[in-house]
Design a protein around this ligand. Structure first.
Ligand code: PEP
Ligand code: MG
Length: 594
Protein backbone atom coordinates (compact mmCIF):
# COMPACT_ATOMS: atom_id res chain seq x y z
CA UNK A 1 0.00 0.00 0.00
CA UNK A 2 1.41 3.42 -0.98
CA UNK A 3 1.66 5.78 2.00
CA UNK A 4 -0.45 8.84 2.69
CA UNK A 5 1.23 12.14 1.73
CA UNK A 6 0.23 15.69 2.73
CA UNK A 7 0.96 18.80 0.63
CA UNK A 8 0.60 22.42 1.71
CA UNK A 9 -0.52 25.15 -0.68
CA UNK A 10 -2.62 28.31 -0.57
CA UNK A 11 -6.29 28.00 0.38
CA UNK A 12 -8.25 30.05 -2.15
CA UNK A 13 -11.76 28.68 -1.91
CA UNK A 14 -13.22 27.24 1.29
CA UNK A 15 -14.79 23.84 1.74
CA UNK A 16 -13.75 20.23 2.10
CA UNK A 17 -13.96 17.47 -0.47
CA UNK A 18 -13.10 13.80 -0.57
CA UNK A 19 -12.76 12.18 -3.98
CA UNK A 20 -10.56 10.82 -6.72
CA UNK A 21 -7.93 12.66 -8.73
CA UNK A 22 -8.58 13.71 -12.32
CA UNK A 23 -5.40 15.10 -13.88
CA UNK A 24 -5.93 17.81 -16.47
CA UNK A 25 -2.75 18.18 -18.50
CA UNK A 26 -1.99 21.39 -20.32
CA UNK A 27 -0.61 21.57 -23.81
CA UNK A 28 1.72 24.44 -22.93
CA UNK A 29 3.41 22.82 -19.98
CA UNK A 30 5.77 19.95 -19.50
CA UNK A 31 3.98 16.61 -19.64
CA UNK A 32 4.76 14.50 -16.58
CA UNK A 33 5.90 10.93 -17.08
CA UNK A 34 2.94 8.63 -16.45
CA UNK A 35 3.37 4.85 -16.56
CA UNK A 36 0.77 2.83 -18.39
CA UNK A 37 -0.12 -0.84 -17.88
CA UNK A 38 1.04 -3.43 -20.44
CA UNK A 39 -2.43 -3.83 -21.92
CA UNK A 40 -2.69 -0.08 -22.63
CA UNK A 41 0.30 0.01 -25.00
CA UNK A 42 -1.75 -0.71 -28.12
CA UNK A 43 -4.30 1.96 -27.11
CA UNK A 44 -1.54 4.57 -26.69
CA UNK A 45 -0.04 3.63 -30.08
CA UNK A 46 -3.46 4.09 -31.64
CA UNK A 47 -3.83 7.48 -29.99
CA UNK A 48 -0.48 8.47 -31.45
CA UNK A 49 -1.48 7.22 -34.94
CA UNK A 50 -4.75 9.18 -34.73
CA UNK A 51 -2.95 12.35 -33.64
CA UNK A 52 -0.50 11.89 -36.50
CA UNK A 53 -3.19 11.58 -39.12
CA UNK A 54 -5.17 14.48 -37.58
CA UNK A 55 -2.09 16.70 -37.70
CA UNK A 56 -1.29 15.67 -41.28
CA UNK A 57 -4.85 16.48 -42.35
CA UNK A 58 -4.56 19.92 -40.79
CA UNK A 59 -1.25 20.57 -42.53
CA UNK A 60 -2.67 19.65 -45.95
CA UNK A 61 -5.44 22.17 -45.39
CA UNK A 62 -3.08 24.86 -44.09
CA UNK A 63 -0.77 24.36 -47.04
CA UNK A 64 -3.64 24.75 -49.52
CA UNK A 65 -4.90 27.89 -47.75
CA UNK A 66 -1.43 29.43 -47.61
CA UNK A 67 -0.86 28.69 -51.31
CA UNK A 68 -4.11 30.41 -52.20
CA UNK A 69 -3.73 33.46 -50.00
CA UNK A 70 0.02 33.95 -49.74
CA UNK A 71 1.57 32.05 -52.63
CA UNK A 72 3.39 28.76 -53.07
CA UNK A 73 6.52 29.89 -51.21
CA UNK A 74 4.58 30.30 -47.96
CA UNK A 75 2.89 26.94 -48.42
CA UNK A 76 6.28 25.24 -48.41
CA UNK A 77 6.61 25.53 -44.66
CA UNK A 78 3.56 23.34 -44.12
CA UNK A 79 4.75 20.91 -46.79
CA UNK A 80 8.00 20.62 -44.87
CA UNK A 81 6.06 19.88 -41.67
CA UNK A 82 4.09 17.17 -43.48
CA UNK A 83 7.33 15.62 -44.70
CA UNK A 84 8.65 15.52 -41.16
CA UNK A 85 5.55 13.76 -39.90
CA UNK A 86 5.88 11.15 -42.65
CA UNK A 87 9.49 10.49 -41.72
CA UNK A 88 9.67 7.09 -40.02
CA UNK A 89 12.91 8.08 -38.30
CA UNK A 90 10.75 10.46 -36.23
CA UNK A 91 7.66 8.34 -35.69
CA UNK A 92 9.28 4.94 -35.06
CA UNK A 93 11.22 6.07 -31.97
CA UNK A 94 7.98 7.52 -30.53
CA UNK A 95 6.22 4.16 -30.91
CA UNK A 96 9.37 2.53 -29.50
CA UNK A 97 9.22 4.74 -26.37
CA UNK A 98 5.55 3.91 -25.78
CA UNK A 99 6.31 0.19 -26.05
CA UNK A 100 9.67 0.03 -24.31
CA UNK A 101 9.24 2.67 -21.58
CA UNK A 102 5.48 2.10 -21.12
CA UNK A 103 4.62 5.79 -21.18
CA UNK A 104 1.71 7.79 -22.54
CA UNK A 105 1.74 8.87 -26.19
CA UNK A 106 2.03 12.55 -25.21
CA UNK A 107 5.04 11.90 -23.00
CA UNK A 108 6.73 9.88 -25.79
CA UNK A 109 6.03 12.69 -28.31
CA UNK A 110 7.41 15.32 -25.96
CA UNK A 111 10.61 13.39 -25.26
CA UNK A 112 11.28 12.51 -28.91
CA UNK A 113 10.75 16.10 -30.05
CA UNK A 114 13.09 17.32 -27.33
CA UNK A 115 15.78 14.96 -28.63
CA UNK A 116 15.18 16.20 -32.16
CA UNK A 117 15.29 19.88 -31.10
CA UNK A 118 18.58 19.28 -29.25
CA UNK A 119 20.00 17.64 -32.35
CA UNK A 120 19.07 20.55 -34.62
CA UNK A 121 20.29 23.08 -32.07
CA UNK A 122 23.71 21.42 -31.92
CA UNK A 123 24.30 21.53 -35.68
CA UNK A 124 26.91 23.81 -37.26
CA UNK A 125 24.71 24.70 -40.16
CA UNK A 126 22.60 27.83 -39.51
CA UNK A 127 19.75 26.56 -41.73
CA UNK A 128 19.36 23.47 -39.58
CA UNK A 129 19.54 25.47 -36.36
CA UNK A 130 16.56 27.56 -37.46
CA UNK A 131 14.52 24.37 -37.76
CA UNK A 132 14.16 24.20 -33.98
CA UNK A 133 11.09 26.43 -34.14
CA UNK A 134 9.52 24.06 -36.66
CA UNK A 135 10.16 21.18 -34.29
CA UNK A 136 8.33 22.95 -31.43
CA UNK A 137 5.51 23.94 -33.72
CA UNK A 138 5.00 20.36 -34.84
CA UNK A 139 5.25 19.08 -31.29
CA UNK A 140 2.53 21.51 -30.21
CA UNK A 141 0.34 20.44 -33.11
CA UNK A 142 0.61 16.77 -32.16
CA UNK A 143 0.11 17.46 -28.45
CA UNK A 144 -2.96 19.51 -29.20
CA UNK A 145 -4.51 16.42 -30.75
CA UNK A 146 -3.41 14.17 -27.91
CA UNK A 147 -4.13 16.39 -24.93
CA UNK A 148 -7.15 17.97 -26.55
CA UNK A 149 -8.55 14.48 -26.39
CA UNK A 150 -7.75 14.32 -22.69
CA UNK A 151 -9.31 17.71 -22.09
CA UNK A 152 -12.51 16.74 -23.73
CA UNK A 153 -12.49 13.81 -21.31
CA UNK A 154 -13.57 16.48 -18.82
CA UNK A 155 -16.81 16.68 -20.79
CA UNK A 156 -17.29 12.98 -20.30
CA UNK A 157 -16.38 13.11 -16.63
CA UNK A 158 -19.30 11.19 -15.19
CA UNK A 159 -18.08 10.51 -11.67
CA UNK A 160 -17.26 13.15 -9.05
CA UNK A 161 -13.59 14.05 -9.14
CA UNK A 162 -11.04 16.51 -7.83
CA UNK A 163 -9.27 18.16 -10.75
CA UNK A 164 -5.50 18.50 -10.53
CA UNK A 165 -3.62 20.71 -13.00
CA UNK A 166 -0.40 22.63 -13.25
CA UNK A 167 -2.42 25.78 -13.85
CA UNK A 168 -5.96 26.64 -14.93
CA UNK A 169 -7.20 29.64 -16.81
CA UNK A 170 -10.40 31.34 -15.58
CA UNK A 171 -12.02 30.02 -18.77
CA UNK A 172 -11.09 26.43 -17.95
CA UNK A 173 -12.39 26.87 -14.42
CA UNK A 174 -15.62 28.31 -15.79
CA UNK A 175 -16.04 25.14 -17.87
CA UNK A 176 -16.36 23.13 -14.62
CA UNK A 177 -19.91 24.49 -14.31
CA UNK A 178 -22.39 21.65 -14.56
CA UNK A 179 -19.64 18.99 -14.32
CA UNK A 180 -19.11 16.73 -11.31
CA UNK A 181 -15.99 18.63 -10.22
CA UNK A 182 -15.82 18.57 -6.41
CA UNK A 183 -12.84 20.91 -6.20
CA UNK A 184 -9.48 21.57 -7.76
CA UNK A 185 -5.82 22.03 -6.94
CA UNK A 186 -3.06 23.59 -9.02
CA UNK A 187 0.71 23.95 -8.87
CA UNK A 188 0.56 27.67 -9.69
CA UNK A 189 -1.72 30.57 -8.80
CA UNK A 190 -2.53 33.10 -6.09
CA UNK A 191 -5.33 34.03 -3.74
CA UNK A 192 -7.03 36.64 -5.87
CA UNK A 193 -6.33 35.24 -9.33
CA UNK A 194 -9.54 35.07 -11.31
CA UNK A 195 -9.32 31.30 -11.33
CA UNK A 196 -9.51 31.36 -7.53
CA UNK A 197 -12.35 33.88 -7.58
CA UNK A 198 -14.23 31.64 -9.94
CA UNK A 199 -13.80 28.66 -7.63
CA UNK A 200 -15.49 30.62 -4.87
CA UNK A 201 -18.32 31.51 -7.22
CA UNK A 202 -18.77 27.83 -8.05
CA UNK A 203 -18.69 27.12 -4.32
CA UNK A 204 -16.12 24.36 -4.65
CA UNK A 205 -12.96 24.10 -2.54
CA UNK A 206 -9.67 24.99 -4.22
CA UNK A 207 -6.01 25.02 -3.26
CA UNK A 208 -3.29 26.59 -5.41
CA UNK A 209 0.48 26.96 -5.22
CA UNK A 210 1.08 23.22 -4.65
CA UNK A 211 4.43 23.36 -6.38
CA UNK A 212 4.95 20.20 -8.46
CA UNK A 213 1.99 18.25 -7.10
CA UNK A 214 0.45 17.68 -10.53
CA UNK A 215 3.54 15.64 -11.50
CA UNK A 216 2.99 13.26 -8.60
CA UNK A 217 -0.78 12.73 -8.62
CA UNK A 218 -2.17 10.00 -10.85
CA UNK A 219 -5.69 9.67 -12.24
CA UNK A 220 -7.90 7.81 -9.79
CA UNK A 221 -5.73 8.39 -6.69
CA UNK A 222 -7.92 8.90 -3.59
CA UNK A 223 -7.50 12.42 -2.23
CA UNK A 224 -8.81 14.90 0.36
CA UNK A 225 -8.95 18.57 -0.61
CA UNK A 226 -9.01 20.92 2.35
CA UNK A 227 -9.86 24.40 1.07
CA UNK A 228 -9.92 25.73 4.63
CA UNK A 229 -6.28 25.11 5.47
CA UNK A 230 -4.86 24.87 1.93
CA UNK A 231 -3.96 21.23 2.31
CA UNK A 232 -4.13 18.30 -0.04
CA UNK A 233 -3.86 14.76 1.29
CA UNK A 234 -3.00 12.10 -1.24
CA UNK A 235 -4.03 8.50 -0.52
CA UNK A 236 -5.45 9.30 2.97
CA UNK A 237 -5.60 6.56 5.59
CA UNK A 238 -8.90 5.49 7.16
CA UNK A 239 -8.42 7.55 10.34
CA UNK A 240 -7.85 10.78 8.35
CA UNK A 241 -10.81 10.03 6.10
CA UNK A 242 -13.03 9.57 9.12
CA UNK A 243 -12.02 12.89 10.69
CA UNK A 244 -12.71 14.70 7.39
CA UNK A 245 -16.11 13.05 7.04
CA UNK A 246 -16.94 14.44 10.48
CA UNK A 247 -15.68 17.93 9.55
CA UNK A 248 -17.84 17.90 6.41
CA UNK A 249 -20.86 17.07 8.54
CA UNK A 250 -20.08 19.95 10.96
CA UNK A 251 -19.72 22.39 8.06
CA UNK A 252 -23.08 21.24 6.71
CA UNK A 253 -24.72 21.96 10.08
CA UNK A 254 -23.11 25.45 10.26
CA UNK A 255 -24.46 26.21 6.78
CA UNK A 256 -27.96 25.19 7.83
CA UNK A 257 -27.83 27.44 10.90
CA UNK A 258 -26.58 30.41 8.84
CA UNK A 259 -29.31 29.90 6.26
CA UNK A 260 -31.82 31.06 8.85
CA UNK A 261 -30.32 34.58 8.60
CA UNK A 262 -31.15 34.95 4.89
CA UNK A 263 -34.38 36.86 5.44
CA UNK A 264 -32.98 39.17 8.15
CA UNK A 265 -31.36 42.56 7.37
CA UNK A 266 -27.60 43.07 7.79
CA UNK A 267 -27.91 45.52 10.65
CA UNK A 268 -25.60 46.17 13.60
CA UNK A 269 -26.85 45.92 17.17
CA UNK A 270 -27.17 49.75 17.26
CA UNK A 271 -29.26 49.83 14.07
CA UNK A 272 -26.71 50.73 11.37
CA UNK A 273 -27.71 49.12 8.08
CA UNK A 274 -24.92 47.59 5.99
CA UNK A 275 -25.64 46.55 2.42
CA UNK A 276 -24.24 43.12 1.63
CA UNK A 277 -24.04 42.58 -2.10
CA UNK A 278 -22.82 39.72 -4.26
CA UNK A 279 -20.01 39.57 -6.82
CA UNK A 280 -21.16 37.50 -9.77
CA UNK A 281 -19.82 36.33 -13.12
CA UNK A 282 -23.05 35.07 -14.74
CA UNK A 283 -26.67 36.25 -14.72
CA UNK A 284 -28.05 33.12 -13.06
CA UNK A 285 -25.91 33.68 -9.98
CA UNK A 286 -28.34 36.46 -9.06
CA UNK A 287 -30.56 33.73 -7.64
CA UNK A 288 -27.70 32.50 -5.42
CA UNK A 289 -27.23 36.05 -4.12
CA UNK A 290 -30.90 36.19 -3.17
CA UNK A 291 -30.85 32.72 -1.60
CA UNK A 292 -27.86 33.72 0.51
CA UNK A 293 -29.67 36.84 1.73
CA UNK A 294 -27.82 39.43 -0.41
CA UNK A 295 -29.10 42.96 -1.09
CA UNK A 296 -28.15 43.02 -4.78
CA UNK A 297 -25.10 42.72 -7.01
CA UNK A 298 -22.20 45.09 -6.32
CA UNK A 299 -20.00 43.68 -9.07
CA UNK A 300 -21.11 41.85 -12.19
CA UNK A 301 -17.92 40.66 -13.92
CA UNK A 302 -19.49 40.80 -17.37
CA UNK A 303 -16.35 39.66 -19.19
CA UNK A 304 -17.01 36.05 -18.18
CA UNK A 305 -19.75 35.81 -20.79
CA UNK A 306 -17.05 36.43 -23.39
CA UNK A 307 -14.40 34.32 -21.68
CA UNK A 308 -16.60 31.26 -21.87
CA UNK A 309 -17.38 31.79 -25.52
CA UNK A 310 -15.29 31.56 -28.68
CA UNK A 311 -16.53 34.93 -29.93
CA UNK A 312 -17.37 38.37 -28.63
CA UNK A 313 -20.98 38.13 -27.41
CA UNK A 314 -23.25 40.10 -29.73
CA UNK A 315 -25.18 43.10 -28.42
CA UNK A 316 -28.32 40.97 -28.40
CA UNK A 317 -26.67 38.11 -26.49
CA UNK A 318 -25.39 40.56 -23.91
CA UNK A 319 -28.73 42.34 -23.65
CA UNK A 320 -30.54 39.04 -23.00
CA UNK A 321 -27.94 38.05 -20.39
CA UNK A 322 -28.07 41.34 -18.49
CA UNK A 323 -31.85 41.51 -18.67
CA UNK A 324 -32.08 38.00 -17.26
CA UNK A 325 -30.02 39.09 -14.26
CA UNK A 326 -32.25 42.13 -13.68
CA UNK A 327 -35.41 40.11 -13.92
CA UNK A 328 -34.05 37.62 -11.37
CA UNK A 329 -33.06 40.52 -9.09
CA UNK A 330 -36.68 41.44 -8.32
CA UNK A 331 -35.96 45.12 -7.70
CA UNK A 332 -32.46 44.76 -6.25
CA UNK A 333 -29.68 46.89 -7.69
CA UNK A 334 -27.14 45.42 -10.14
CA UNK A 335 -23.78 47.07 -10.90
CA UNK A 336 -22.58 46.09 -14.36
CA UNK A 337 -18.84 46.42 -14.68
CA UNK A 338 -17.82 46.91 -18.29
CA UNK A 339 -15.45 44.32 -19.79
CA UNK A 340 -12.38 43.86 -17.62
CA UNK A 341 -10.42 41.80 -20.14
CA UNK A 342 -6.68 41.24 -20.29
CA UNK A 343 -4.16 40.44 -17.51
CA UNK A 344 -5.21 36.93 -16.43
CA UNK A 345 -8.46 37.14 -18.43
CA UNK A 346 -7.56 36.77 -22.07
CA UNK A 347 -10.23 35.92 -24.59
CA UNK A 348 -9.39 32.85 -26.67
CA UNK A 349 -8.45 35.06 -29.58
CA UNK A 350 -6.05 37.24 -27.59
CA UNK A 351 -4.50 34.26 -25.81
CA UNK A 352 -2.72 33.49 -29.08
CA UNK A 353 -0.75 36.68 -28.75
CA UNK A 354 0.08 37.31 -25.08
CA UNK A 355 1.61 40.55 -23.82
CA UNK A 356 4.96 40.65 -22.07
CA UNK A 357 3.58 42.08 -18.85
CA UNK A 358 -0.18 41.77 -19.11
CA UNK A 359 -1.14 43.18 -15.69
CA UNK A 360 0.53 46.42 -16.73
CA UNK A 361 -0.62 46.17 -20.31
CA UNK A 362 -3.66 46.64 -22.47
CA UNK A 363 -6.24 45.46 -19.98
CA UNK A 364 -9.63 46.52 -18.82
CA UNK A 365 -10.79 50.07 -19.69
CA UNK A 366 -7.64 50.54 -21.80
CA UNK A 367 -8.64 47.64 -24.02
CA UNK A 368 -12.18 49.00 -24.32
CA UNK A 369 -10.97 52.49 -25.25
CA UNK A 370 -8.79 50.95 -27.95
CA UNK A 371 -11.77 48.99 -29.28
CA UNK A 372 -14.54 51.55 -29.26
CA UNK A 373 -17.08 49.70 -31.48
CA UNK A 374 -16.86 46.71 -29.14
CA UNK A 375 -17.17 48.99 -26.09
CA UNK A 376 -20.22 50.68 -27.60
CA UNK A 377 -21.88 47.34 -28.26
CA UNK A 378 -21.55 46.49 -24.58
CA UNK A 379 -22.76 49.88 -23.38
CA UNK A 380 -25.79 49.64 -25.68
CA UNK A 381 -26.61 46.23 -24.24
CA UNK A 382 -26.28 47.43 -20.63
CA UNK A 383 -28.25 50.61 -21.25
CA UNK A 384 -31.03 48.74 -23.03
CA UNK A 385 -31.15 46.31 -20.10
CA UNK A 386 -31.30 49.24 -17.66
CA UNK A 387 -34.91 49.80 -18.77
CA UNK A 388 -35.75 46.53 -16.97
CA UNK A 389 -34.34 47.06 -13.49
CA UNK A 390 -32.14 49.09 -11.15
CA UNK A 391 -28.78 49.23 -12.87
CA UNK A 392 -25.44 50.99 -12.43
CA UNK A 393 -22.50 51.12 -14.86
CA UNK A 394 -18.97 50.83 -13.55
CA UNK A 395 -15.67 51.37 -15.41
CA UNK A 396 -12.71 49.27 -14.20
CA UNK A 397 -9.04 50.19 -13.81
CA UNK A 398 -9.44 53.94 -14.23
CA UNK A 399 -5.96 55.42 -13.81
CA UNK A 400 -6.24 58.75 -15.53
CA UNK A 401 -8.90 61.46 -15.78
CA UNK A 402 -8.76 61.29 -19.57
CA UNK A 403 -9.81 57.63 -19.52
CA UNK A 404 -12.78 58.48 -17.34
CA UNK A 405 -13.76 61.38 -19.57
CA UNK A 406 -13.43 59.31 -22.75
CA UNK A 407 -15.47 56.47 -21.30
CA UNK A 408 -18.17 58.90 -20.23
CA UNK A 409 -18.28 60.57 -23.66
CA UNK A 410 -18.63 57.19 -25.37
CA UNK A 411 -21.43 56.29 -22.96
CA UNK A 412 -23.16 59.60 -23.69
CA UNK A 413 -22.86 58.95 -27.46
CA UNK A 414 -24.50 55.58 -27.02
CA UNK A 415 -27.31 57.17 -24.98
CA UNK A 416 -27.92 59.71 -27.76
CA UNK A 417 -28.04 56.93 -30.38
CA UNK A 418 -30.58 55.01 -28.32
CA UNK A 419 -32.65 58.13 -27.83
CA UNK A 420 -32.68 58.82 -31.57
CA UNK A 421 -33.69 55.24 -32.25
CA UNK A 422 -36.46 55.48 -29.68
CA UNK A 423 -35.04 52.58 -27.65
CA UNK A 424 -35.86 52.81 -23.94
CA UNK A 425 -33.13 52.98 -21.30
CA UNK A 426 -32.60 54.55 -17.87
CA UNK A 427 -31.21 58.01 -18.70
CA UNK A 428 -30.20 58.61 -15.08
CA UNK A 429 -28.31 55.36 -14.65
CA UNK A 430 -25.51 56.00 -12.09
CA UNK A 431 -22.03 55.81 -13.62
CA UNK A 432 -19.13 55.04 -11.33
CA UNK A 433 -15.61 53.70 -11.29
CA UNK A 434 -13.61 51.02 -9.63
CA UNK A 435 -10.81 52.48 -7.57
CA UNK A 436 -8.19 49.80 -8.01
CA UNK A 437 -5.00 51.60 -8.93
CA UNK A 438 -3.00 53.74 -6.51
CA UNK A 439 -3.36 56.59 -9.02
CA UNK A 440 -7.15 56.50 -8.80
CA UNK A 441 -7.07 56.20 -5.02
CA UNK A 442 -4.75 59.19 -4.68
CA UNK A 443 -6.89 61.23 -7.09
CA UNK A 444 -10.23 60.07 -5.67
CA UNK A 445 -11.03 63.57 -4.41
CA UNK A 446 -10.73 64.94 -7.92
CA UNK A 447 -12.64 62.08 -9.64
CA UNK A 448 -15.45 62.17 -7.07
CA UNK A 449 -17.00 65.22 -8.74
CA UNK A 450 -17.32 63.35 -12.03
CA UNK A 451 -18.88 60.07 -10.97
CA UNK A 452 -21.89 58.82 -9.02
CA UNK A 453 -20.06 56.21 -6.95
CA UNK A 454 -16.76 54.50 -6.15
CA UNK A 455 -16.15 50.82 -5.65
CA UNK A 456 -12.77 49.96 -4.16
CA UNK A 457 -11.18 46.96 -5.88
CA UNK A 458 -8.63 45.79 -3.36
CA UNK A 459 -7.58 42.76 -5.42
CA UNK A 460 -5.85 45.00 -7.90
CA UNK A 461 -5.22 47.88 -5.52
CA UNK A 462 -3.09 45.62 -3.32
CA UNK A 463 -1.08 44.22 -6.22
CA UNK A 464 -0.35 47.62 -7.73
CA UNK A 465 0.39 49.30 -4.39
CA UNK A 466 2.68 46.57 -3.09
CA UNK A 467 4.07 45.53 -6.51
CA UNK A 468 2.98 41.93 -5.89
CA UNK A 469 1.48 39.89 -8.73
CA UNK A 470 -1.88 38.65 -7.40
CA UNK A 471 -1.53 35.40 -9.37
CA UNK A 472 2.02 34.46 -8.38
CA UNK A 473 2.22 31.89 -5.59
CA UNK A 474 5.89 32.73 -4.95
CA UNK A 475 5.04 36.17 -3.54
CA UNK A 476 1.70 35.45 -1.88
CA UNK A 477 3.23 36.02 1.54
CA UNK A 478 3.75 39.65 0.51
CA UNK A 479 0.19 40.15 -0.74
CA UNK A 480 -1.90 41.59 2.08
CA UNK A 481 -4.74 44.03 2.57
CA UNK A 482 -3.37 44.70 6.06
CA UNK A 483 -0.36 46.61 4.73
CA UNK A 484 -0.59 50.15 6.18
CA UNK A 485 -0.11 51.63 2.69
CA UNK A 486 -3.19 49.80 1.43
CA UNK A 487 -5.23 50.80 4.48
CA UNK A 488 -4.22 54.40 4.02
CA UNK A 489 -5.42 54.41 0.39
CA UNK A 490 -8.71 52.73 1.30
CA UNK A 491 -9.27 55.27 4.06
CA UNK A 492 -8.55 58.18 1.70
CA UNK A 493 -11.03 56.92 -0.89
CA UNK A 494 -13.77 56.54 1.73
CA UNK A 495 -13.05 60.06 2.97
CA UNK A 496 -13.15 61.51 -0.57
CA UNK A 497 -16.48 59.80 -1.19
CA UNK A 498 -17.91 61.18 2.04
CA UNK A 499 -16.68 64.70 1.29
CA UNK A 500 -18.34 64.66 -2.14
CA UNK A 501 -21.39 62.83 -0.91
CA UNK A 502 -21.08 59.83 -3.21
CA UNK A 503 -21.46 56.22 -2.03
CA UNK A 504 -18.33 54.09 -1.66
CA UNK A 505 -18.37 50.31 -1.59
CA UNK A 506 -15.62 47.69 -1.53
CA UNK A 507 -15.76 44.65 -3.81
CA UNK A 508 -12.29 43.07 -3.52
CA UNK A 509 -11.97 39.61 -1.99
CA UNK A 510 -10.98 41.06 1.36
CA UNK A 511 -14.60 42.16 1.80
CA UNK A 512 -15.49 38.49 2.21
CA UNK A 513 -12.81 37.83 4.81
CA UNK A 514 -14.44 37.90 8.23
CA UNK A 515 -11.22 39.05 9.90
CA UNK A 516 -11.58 42.37 8.06
CA UNK A 517 -15.31 42.99 8.44
CA UNK A 518 -15.10 45.08 11.63
CA UNK A 519 -12.22 47.12 10.25
CA UNK A 520 -14.00 47.90 6.98
CA UNK A 521 -17.16 48.94 8.79
CA UNK A 522 -15.09 50.98 11.24
CA UNK A 523 -13.45 52.80 8.34
CA UNK A 524 -16.91 53.91 7.26
CA UNK A 525 -17.90 51.41 4.59
CA UNK A 526 -21.60 50.62 4.52
CA UNK A 527 -21.62 48.47 1.38
CA UNK A 528 -19.53 45.34 0.90
CA UNK A 529 -19.72 43.17 -2.20
CA UNK A 530 -18.50 39.60 -1.91
CA UNK A 531 -18.60 36.11 -3.36
CA UNK A 532 -22.23 35.06 -2.67
CA UNK A 533 -21.24 32.07 -0.50
CA UNK A 534 -19.62 34.48 2.00
CA UNK A 535 -22.79 36.54 2.52
CA UNK A 536 -24.24 34.55 5.47
CA UNK A 537 -20.92 34.68 7.35
CA UNK A 538 -20.72 38.45 6.96
CA UNK A 539 -24.33 38.94 7.93
CA UNK A 540 -23.78 37.02 11.14
CA UNK A 541 -20.86 39.31 12.03
CA UNK A 542 -22.64 42.55 11.12
CA UNK A 543 -25.60 41.54 13.28
CA UNK A 544 -23.45 40.87 16.33
CA UNK A 545 -21.49 44.15 16.70
CA UNK A 546 -22.11 47.85 17.25
CA UNK A 547 -20.56 50.52 15.06
CA UNK A 548 -18.57 52.26 17.85
CA UNK A 549 -16.65 49.05 18.52
CA UNK A 550 -15.78 48.85 14.80
CA UNK A 551 -14.64 52.50 14.73
CA UNK A 552 -12.40 52.01 17.77
CA UNK A 553 -10.87 48.94 16.18
CA UNK A 554 -10.26 50.79 12.88
CA UNK A 555 -8.53 53.67 14.65
CA UNK A 556 -6.11 51.32 16.38
CA UNK A 557 -5.50 49.20 13.26
CA UNK A 558 -4.62 52.31 11.27
CA UNK A 559 -2.14 53.45 13.90
CA UNK A 560 0.24 50.50 13.27
CA UNK A 561 3.19 50.84 10.99
CA UNK A 562 3.66 47.26 9.92
CA UNK A 563 1.52 44.72 8.13
CA UNK A 564 2.34 42.05 10.72
CA UNK A 565 1.05 44.19 13.58
CA UNK A 566 -2.18 44.93 11.74
CA UNK A 567 -2.75 41.27 10.83
CA UNK A 568 -2.09 40.06 14.38
CA UNK A 569 -4.35 42.75 15.84
CA UNK A 570 -7.24 41.96 13.46
CA UNK A 571 -7.06 38.24 14.20
CA UNK A 572 -6.92 38.84 17.91
CA UNK A 573 -9.79 41.35 17.97
CA UNK A 574 -12.05 39.29 15.70
CA UNK A 575 -11.77 36.35 18.07
CA UNK A 576 -12.29 38.55 21.12
CA UNK A 577 -15.23 40.60 19.86
CA UNK A 578 -17.09 37.95 17.88
CA UNK A 579 -15.91 34.55 19.18
CA UNK A 580 -19.15 32.94 18.03
CA UNK A 581 -18.23 33.73 14.41
CA UNK A 582 -15.04 31.74 14.65
CA UNK A 583 -16.28 28.62 16.36
CA UNK A 584 -16.66 26.40 13.27
CA UNK A 585 -13.96 25.33 10.83
CA UNK A 586 -15.75 26.55 7.75
CA UNK A 587 -16.61 29.89 9.33
CA UNK A 588 -13.05 30.77 10.15
CA UNK A 589 -11.67 30.67 6.63
CA UNK A 590 -11.77 33.84 4.65
CA UNK A 591 -10.34 34.51 1.22
CA UNK A 592 -8.17 37.44 2.32
CA UNK A 593 -6.53 35.71 5.27
CA UNK A 594 -2.92 34.78 4.98
C1 PEP B 1 -10.58 44.02 -7.70
O1 PEP B 1 -9.62 44.26 -8.41
O2 PEP B 1 -10.57 44.15 -6.46
C2 PEP B 1 -11.85 43.54 -8.28
C3 PEP B 1 -12.91 43.35 -7.54
O3 PEP B 1 -11.86 43.24 -9.60
P1 PEP B 1 -11.26 41.91 -10.23
O4 PEP B 1 -10.97 40.95 -9.10
O5 PEP B 1 -12.26 41.37 -11.18
O6 PEP B 1 -10.00 42.38 -10.90
MG1 MG C 1 -9.79 44.46 -10.54
Amino acid sequence: MVRMETFKGIAVSPGLAIGQVFVLDDVRTRIPRRSIPLNAIEHEKHRFADALSGAKGELIELSAQAAERLGSESAKIFDFHQLMLRDRSLTLPIEGRIERDRVTAEYAVQEQFRTLADMFRGMDNETFRTKVDDVWDLERRLLKHLIGEHRSALDRLDRPAIVIARDLTPTQTASFQGKPVKGFATDLGGLTSHTAIFARALQIPAVVGLDGFSDIAEDGDPVILDGERGVLILRPDEHTLESYREAIEIARRVAVSLASLAELPAQTTDGTRVLLMGNIEFADEMQVVIDQGGDGVGLFRTEFLWLTSDHEPTEEEQYQHYTRCLSLSRGREVTFRTFDLGADKYTQERAEDPERNPFLGCRSIRYCLQNVPMFKRQLRAILRASAHGRSRIMFPLITDDLELRQARIICKDVMEDLEEEGIPFDASVPIGIMVETPAAALMAGSYAGEVSFFSIGTNDLIQYTLAVDRTNEKVQNLYSAAHPAVLKLVKDVIRAGRRHNIPVSLCGEVAGDTHYTLLLMGLGLRTLSVTPSRLPFLKRIVRSVDIQTCERLARTACSFESERQVTAYLRDQARKIIPEAFDGRSVEAGPGTR
